[in-house]
Design a protein around this ligand. Structure first.
Ligand SMILES: C[S@@+](CC[C@H](N)C(=O)[O-])C[C@H]1O[C@@H](n2cnc3c(N)ncnc32)[C@H](O)[C@@H]1O
Length: 438
């Protein structure tokens, strides 16, 4: 059966409707007529994959990646960037309507100046296929695609990843197997900073000690990196968790935005696209400039190593940063000292637990993981925040649910601004400015 794709929807799928049935189609683009293979059904929704293209979308381009469609990292590498942007703005507007029942004009998405090589951090997984391989997971699978190159990560990462692969094969070090819990090598994480292109390499193994460890360390030290960290993570799925040893160089990477310095430890979160992060900081700054905040307090919830709180510290009388990771909070405290910022303090706590017992604040900047803050969290915020909320989100669905709750509990949504933090993928970052109705 031939289907015409109307638009792209949340999750990156091409959307098509046939009578009562809705098709969510992998690898199909707007205006395209395709034949599909069904993958699975969920009530009236059929998930399918393009089998053949009958009429090609005018926005389909040739992808620059030899691994495209095998690797799960990017979904839209063969979709013209201008149209990626339009699709993303439309998806946010649609999620707000569908999930949040919010009829809001969403601002046009702010693009990334760099569509390739923009990522500051990549987590590559080790696997075995006749030899040790190193790359990213296939889409909806734990299988690893052996990468030779990756167009969205820095060019240096390709060379390092390929060299590490040769080294571990030469030393014959076993890959960790999550089923029988045997083996050593789990992941190779690479991070690049935005001040002077320093690269931190983090080798994640299942055990602290293993055969040929010293030889491996000596070989890795010959590579062009600024620091080498050995992280021991026996079986936690969150790869960047566990104890680490510094094998070489600094324990941290130093980042800088507009004069504010941040030391980021190997296991701490930091924004992944520096160019777009600066645009997000500028957007929040513009809003705060319209407010009279000098004598006001700010709560920076899910603060990481203090990116937002420290950046805006001069605008507020006092600031509190809350974050669940003790490591990140230790960095955040050190970052305050590093920048000589004295009106901020940080605590390592769960955001909801903190809100239940906290005092009130004038303003809130909130940047939760994909799950969002949730209904209970918004209810607590509505009692604890007196003036404005800057909600930063990396998932349009939980964002829509939470914004709708904010509106029910006495906040006015002043703006919704998407940012293209992750070009060539379907991921969308958003900032909403909300004001308490007095
Ligand atoms: C999207 S990151 C934002 C970090 C920071 N705002 C930044 O821009 O660098 C989300 C942060 O929330 C933290 N986090 C996750 N679950 C949490 C919880 N239940 N309570 C507090 N923080 C949490 C994570 O450790 C992570 O640092």
């Amino acid at each position: 059966m031939s289907l015409k794709i109307e638009k792209l929807v949340y999750g990156g799928y091409g959307f098509s409707k046939d009578n009562e049935k809705i098709y969510l189609i992998d690898d199909g683009y707007p205006e395209e007529v395709v034949e599909v293979d069904e993958i699975k059904r969920k009530k009236k929704t059929i998930f399918a994959k393009v089998n053949s293209i009958k009429e090609r979308s005018p926005y389909r381009i040739n992808s620059k990646c030899e691994h495209f469609q095998k690797c799960g990292g990017c979904q839209w590498l063969d979709y013209d960037y201008k149209h990626q942007l339009t699709s993303k703005t439309n998806i946010v507007e649609e999620q707000l309507k569908r999930i949040g029942k919010l009829d809001i004009k969403v601002n046009d998405i702010i693009a990334s100046d760099f569509v390739y090589n923009y990522r500051a951090k990549m987590e590559f997984g080790f696997s075995y296929n006749n030899e040790v391989i190193l790359g990213l997971k296939k889409k909806s699978s734990n299988e690893i695609v052996d990468l030779k190159s990756c167009p969205i990560s820095p060019k240096e990462f390709d060379e390092l990843r390929n060299k590490v692969k040769i080294i571990v094969n030469k030393l014959n070090i076993q890959v960790y197997n999550s089923k029988n819990k045997k083996g050593i090598l789990r992941s190779l994480v690479l991070r690049k900073n935005n001040i002077n292109n320093k690269i931190m390499m983090i080798l994640v193994t299942s055990k602290e000690n293993f055969n040929k460890k010293e030889e491996l360390k000596n070989e890795l030290l010959k590579l062009n990196i600024s620091s080498l960290i050995h992280l021991v993570n026996p079986n936690n799925k969150v790869i960047l968790s566990g104890k680490y040893n510094v094998w070489y160089g600094n324990e941290f990477l130093e980042e800088k935005f507009n004069g504010i310095k941040y030391k980021v430890l190997p296991t701490s979160f930091f924004q992944n696209n520096y160019n777009v992060t600066q645009k997000m900081l500028d957007y929040v700054n513009e809003y705060l400039n319209t407010q009279n905040t000098n004598n006001k307090s700010l709560l920076d919830l899910y603060c990481g190593v203090g990116l937002f709180g420290l950046y805006f510290s001069k605008k507020f009388k006092n600031i509190k940063g809350i974050e669940v990771s003790k490591t990140s909070i230790n960095s955040a405290k050190e970052n305050a000292k590093l920048n000589n910022i004295k009106n901020i303090d940080f605590d390592a706590l769960d955001a909801i637990k903190f809100l239940k017992n906290s005092k009130s604040y004038d303003y809130l900047i909130i940047d939760p993981p994909r799950a969002g803050i949730g209904i209970e969290g918004v209810e607590l915020i509505s009692r604890k925040i007196r003036e404005g909320v800057v909600y930063i989100s990396c998932d349009p669905s939980t964002f829509a649910r939470d914004l709708s709750e904010f509106e029910k509990l006495g906040f006015k949504i002043k703006s919704v601004q998407p940012f293209d933090m992750f070009p060539n993928t379907y991921h969308i970052e958003n900032i909403s400015i909300l004001e308490k109705i007095k």
